[in-house]
Unconditional design. Sequence first.
Length: 160
Amino acid sequence: MRIIAFSDTHRHHDRVHRLFEQTHLTTDLYIFLGDIESDIDNMFALYPDKRILSVPGNCDHASLNPAVGVTEAAGKKIIFTHGHRHLVNFGISQLKSLAEQNGADMVLFGHTHVRYCDYKDGVYFVNPGSLGEPRDSRAPSYAVIDIIPQGILVSHAELQ
């Protein structure tokens, strides 16, 4: 199973469209981690056969969607959130607690606009970086997560 996680698009609709165009044939699930929710509105209509999940970010002020999402993919429990309410600018300690409370195998988060991947105490913590406005002096990015019988493989990819 392949999951694409992306975040912080900040009205770069063209990049969201390009991401889906480049990856839809090999992707089973898309998870958007917020900022700006309306950037993915067209994707539901353009790719009705794709499973697309999302949470609001700190710039999604009028959103009625829950700040934290939970899903299962290929037997793995995934928690996803934007991260601003969990103070990710100061580390992942609150995300670790969230993972422990929910028995998660993976926590996906955004907000910092910086790529991150770590494996701590049996849990993957992944920030895909920003598809819209990266803050790590690198190209716009997203995370590719493959769940295979042997485990979870995580990589960051740059938008072409």
